[in-house]
Write a protein that binds this ligand. Structure first.
Ligand code: GDP
Ligand code: CO
Length: 398
C-alpha cells in the first residue's frame, strides 16, 4: 500500500494529531531494495501488514443486521486477524444470534481461521465483569447493558484475554467486503508508522454514498461535520491556535493499541467515538492537572487515513437520526473538563438551531461514562473467561 506521509502534525501536549493521509495505491507491488525514500509517499510492505494483522483483534459489534451483510464483513477481514463478534441480536422467536454463530462457524471451518463469538447478554460475561468490578457496565438485571459502546468494551477485554496488542472495530452493516479489507489494512499501516506504542487509527471516508434514486457520492455526513467543528474548537481554545485537524470525530471504523484502549474512559451510545478523542486529550494533553495515565510521556499518536473505497452501510432510523447521533457527541464535548465557555455556548446554539434543545438556558443531558478498563481487575476477568474461551470459539462443536 502507498499512502501520503504525515505532512502536518498538530501537537496537543503529549498527543500527536496527524492530518488526514490519503491512500494512493491499495497494492504497491514487490518490496524494492535500496530504493531512495520518497518524501511525499510512504510504501507499506506486505511484511508489515502480516506483522500487525497477526497481533490485531477485529471486534465486530452486531445487532440484528442482515446475515448477508454480516457474512460479507467477516469475509473482508484479513485472515491473520482474530475476529471477535460481540452480538446483541435477538434470541427469542427467530434466533438471530444462532444464525450468526452458524454462519461464522461454517466460514471459519472452511477458511481455517480463528474467530470467537459471544452474546452481549451472556451470563458468564456478566459474571466476569462483576468479579472484575466493572459494575457500571451492567444493568439492573445483572447483564451487560445494550449498546455498541458496551460491546466495544467487551471486545477490548476479550482482546486482552487473547493477548493481542491491537484492537480494531468494524461495523457489521458494511456493504462492501473490499472496504472492510481496506480499513484493516489502514489500521495496520497506521500502527506501522506510529512512533508511540499508544496509537490510534481512524478511518476518513472519501465518499459516503447515499442510496436513493441512483447513488450519490456524498463527501461527508452532516453529523460528522458538526461534531468535528466543535471538537476542533475545543482543541483550538486549549492550544491557543485555531485548527481544523480533526476530521474523524464520529469514525466508527477505528483501531487502537490495546494499551491505549485500556487507558481511555468511554461513554455510552453514539458519543463513544468522540469521547475516545476527548479522553486522549484529557489524559495526555497536559492541560488538566489530574488523571495523568501511566506512561503519559510516551504520548499518543493519532492517524486519520482516507480510504479509496467508499463507505456504504445500512442507514437506520429516519427523522430522529440527527438528534439521536448529534446530541450525544456534542454532549460529550460539552461536558469535557477541557471544554471552554465559548465552545459550550456554540454547542447550545447548535442544539437549539437543530431543534434538539428548546431554548438556550437548557443543558444537554450528561453522557453515561465508563471507567477505563485498566482500572478494573483485569486478572479476575481473564481468570473466568480464559477457562471458557474454547466454548466461544467459532469452531466449537456443540
Ligand atoms: P451507525 O452506523 O452509526 O448508524 O450505527 P449502527 O446502528 O449501524 O450501529 C453500528 C454497529 O453497531 C452495527 O454493526 C450494529 O449492528 C452494531 N450495534 C448497534 N447496537 C448494538 C448493540 O446494542 N450491541 C452490539 N453488540 N452491537 C450493536
Ligand atoms: Co450503520
Amino acid at each position: 500500500m502507498r499512502i501520503e506521509t504525515q505532512r502536518y502534525t498538530e501537537r496537543f501536549g503529549h498527543v500527536r494529531l496527524n492530518e488526514v493521509q490519503k491512500v494512493l495505491e491499495l497494492d504497491s507491488g514487490k518490496a524494492e531494495e535500496n530504493k531512495v525514500p520518497d518524501i511525499a509517499l510512504l510504501k507499506i510492505e506486505e511484511d508489515a501488514f502480516r506483522e500487525y494483522e497477526d497481533k490485531m483483534a477485529i471486534v465486530v459489534p452486531v445487532k440484528d443486521e442482515k446475515l448477508k451483510l454480516f457474512e460479507g464483513v467477516i469475509s473482508g477481514v484479513p485472515h491473520d486477524c482474530h475476529i471477535i463478534v460481540v452480538s446483541n441480536s435477538k434470541r427469542k422467536g427467530v434466533d438471530r444470534f444462532r444464525m450468526e454463530k452458524d454462519a461464522l462457524h461454517q466460514y471459519c471451518h472452511f477458511t481455517q481461521r480463528s474467530a470467537m463469538i459471544i452474546h452481549q447478554k451472556d451470563p458468564l460475561l456478566a459474571k466476569a465483569l462483576t468479579k472484575a468490578g466493572y459494575h457500571e457496565l451492567l444493568n439492573d438485571d445483572g447483564l451487560v447493558r445494550n449498546g455498541k459502546c458496551e460491546a466495544m468494551i467487551a471486545g477490548i477485554l476479550l482482546a486482552t484475554v487473547l493477548k493481542k496488542s491491537y484492537v480494531g472495530f468494524i461495523d457489521a452493516d458494511n456493504y462492501f467486503p473490499g472496504s472492510v479489507w481496506e480499513y484493516v489494512k489502514c489500521y495496520a499501516a497506521g500502527f506501522s508508522l506510529s512512533k508511540s506504542s499508544n496509537a490510534m487509527v481512524r478511518i476518513f471516508w472519501r465518499y459516503k454514498p447515499k442510496v436513493s434514486a441512483g447513488m450519490y457520492f456524498k463527501k461527508l455526513g452532516r453529523v460528522s461535520e458538526i461534531t468535528n467543528k466543535h471538537l476542533n474548537s475545543l482543541i483550538s481554545f486549549n492550544t491557543g491556535f485555531e485548527t481544523e485537524v480533526i476530521r474523524t470525530a464520529n469514525a466508527g471504523e477505528h483501531a487502537m493499541s490495546l494499551r491505549l484502549a485500556q487507558l481511555l474512559r468511554y461513554s455510552s451510545g453514539y458519543a463513544v467515538e468522540t469521547q475516545e478523542l476527548l479522553s486522549i486529550f484529557e489524559g495526555f494533553g497536559g492541560v488538566l492537572p489530574v488523571a495523568q495515565p501511566p506512561g503519559v510521556k510516551l504520548g499518543v499518536e493519532i492517524f486519520q487515513i482516507e480510504t479509496r473505497n467508499p463507505h456504504l452501510h445500512e442507514e437506520k432510523g429516519g427523522r430522529h437520526l440527527q438528534a439521536e447521533m448529534l446530541l450525544p457527541s456534542l454532549s460529550a464535548i460539552y461536558y469535557s473538563q477541557l471544554c471552554d465557555g465559548y465552545t459550550r455556548e456554540n454547542i447550545i446554539d447548535e442544539l437549539v438551531t437543530q431543534g434538539i434543545l428548546k431554548q438556550k438556558n437548557e443543558e444537554p443531558p450528561a453522557p453515561l461514562m465508563y471507567r477505563p478498563p485498566a482500572e478494573i481487575d483485569l486478572a479476575k476477568f481473564e481468570d473466568i473467561i480464559a477457562k471458557h474461551l474454547d466454548s466461544y470459539s467459532a469452531l466449537a462443536e456443540e
